[in-house]
Design a protein around this ligand. Structure first.
Ligand code: NAD
Length: 422
């Protein structure tokens, strides 16, 4: 078990245990959620362009089905571990429940650096993943979507392979597809858009207003770039961005669309012309800004660096970017952390909207999806705030994350009771 993956699993299990205790739920709820219902580990042989056969390791973790079919992305990344995947699947159980979706939590992964593969090799690997796992997937069983390292093209190959195996067109078995295959046009920017909506609501609630505030973002991939884009449309000033290549800081404001072009063309924000730059990949986390958004990857705010954060509000676009120790330090300093399960749920909410249209053979258009997504994000945020208020009457130290988890656990607990599991 690598240090990072064990840390992520520890973070998620600690969070759930705290939620069970604070919410006064029976211990058996923790017992049921502390282990995934099913873990499938496969090998996927791919004939590479040079004629060699390479064997890739893949997983699908199905964490909890109390509320419906498993739902969660597939990640292609060179450092994925089974423990990471279990942690991320458990997070999906909490996120889907909190968002009021009729889904349980799942997550998949392949240990691969997709940038190393040719297009043909990537297609072979995507199809191979489905050939190995189709028997545990399906629109009422387990519905994968994209995650880091996978995109609409990968989902399109997967739907095609799955449809061939089943002998019928099965678009609802995967989300995040291209629009022509039943994808929803909002899905590509939905996570970042949802993060921006939550940033605005949280700024109004905790900082008094969202007018003219500054935001610093770590990660400028799918989540971070669209978070920056929509936040700037909503009136925030993006003053710092970090990614794998370094940090750019410009107190007069970064032009987000230009930054997106630079990253598309050169691979990193480091090449953005303007502002001050450094090779520090965490610079944005410590920037002089009202809000900081860790939108890159897990375990970025830790006991070692949490005191360096100058922002008054942290909005987690990535999954698991703040360790429990870091969160304690931030809370002591009065910094509110809007947790991943609340802040970055826009992606899975948009996936749900896509699935609903697919199972009804309907397509209602981008405007309608965007407005439904915004409404669902807002109502999740307000519901969680309400739970937080009530929770703090009993436990003053409860955080917004605790409230989100307690709200999610309540729905899981009730569903399990009705189903006779508890
Ligand atoms: P991505 O691969 O598109 O982008 C990742 C970004 O992080 C890139 O800008 C990369 O340069 C940067 N990065 C990578 N390693 C870094 C490091 N060590 N230091 C600083 N920056 C680094 O991934 P994404 O889809 O944007 O996902 C980011 C996070 O958000 C992940 O935790 C993912 O699980 C989570 N998430 C994604 C979605 C989604 O819809 N894509 C939904 C919910 C949560």
């Amino acid at each position: 078990m690598s240090e990072a993956s064990s840390q992520l699993l520890r973070t998620v299990l600690t969070t759930i245990r705290r939620g069970v205790e604070l919410g006064g739920f029976p211990e058996q709820l923790y017992t049921l959620l502390s282990k995934p219902e099913r873990v499938v580990s496969v090998t996927i042989p791919v004939r590479m362009d040079d004629g060699r056969i390479e064997v890739f390791e893949g997983f699908r973790v199905q964490h909890c089905s109390a509320l419906g079919p498993y739902k969660g992305g597939i990640r292609f990344h060179p450092h994925v571990t089974l423990e990471d995947d279990i942690a991320l699947a458990a997070l999906m159980t909490i996120k889907n429940s909190l968002a009021g979706l009729p889904y349980g939590g799942g997550k998949g992964a392949v240990r691969v650096d997709p940038r190393r593969l040719s297009r043909r090799e990537l297609e072979e690997l995507s199809r191979g993943y489905v050939r190995a796992l189709h028997w545990v997937l399906g629109e009422m069983l387990d519905i994968p979507g994209p995650d880091a390292g996978t995109d609409p093209q990968v989902m399109a190959w997967m739907v095609d392979e799955y449809s061939k195996i089943r002998g019928r067109f099965a678009p609802a078995a995967f989300t995040g597809k291209p629009v022509e295959l039943g994808g929803d046009p909002v899905r590509v920017y939905a996570t970042g858009f949802g993060c921006a909506i939550v940033t605005k609501l949280a700024a109004e609630e905790f900082l008094g207003s969202s007018k003219g505030l500054t935001i610093a973002i770590q990660g400028f991939g799918n989540v971070g770039s669209w978070h920056a884009y929509w936040a700037s449309k909503m009136g925030f000033k993006v003053v710092a961005v970090s990614d794998i290549g370094g940090t750019v800081y410009d107190p007069s404001g970064i032009d987000v669309e230009r930054a997106m072009r630079v990253v598309r063309e050169t691979g990193t924000i480091y090449n953005y012309p303007g502002g001050e730059r450094s090779r520090d990949t965490r610079g944005a986390l410590y920037a002089d800004a009202d809000i900081v958004a860790p939108d890159a990857l897990e375990n970025q705010l830790t006991a070692e660096n949490a005191r360096l954060v100058r922002a008054r509000l942290v909005v987690e676009g990535a999954n698991g970017p703040t360790t429990p120790e870091a969160e304690r330090i931030l809370a002591e300093r009065g910094v509110v952390v809007v947790p991943d399960v609340l802040a970055n749920a826009g992606g899975v909410v948009a996936s749900y909207l896509e699935w609903v249209q697919n199972v009804q053979c309907w397509s209602w258009g981008e405007e309608e999806s965007r407005s439904r997504l915004a409404k669902m994000m807002e109502s999740n945020f307000r519901r969680t705030l309400g739970v937080w208020g009530r929770l703090r009457e009993r436990a003053a130290e409860a955080t917004l994350r605790d409230a989100a988890v307690v709200a999610a656990l309540q729905r899981l607990h009730d569903a399990m009771r009705w189903r006779g599991w508890l």
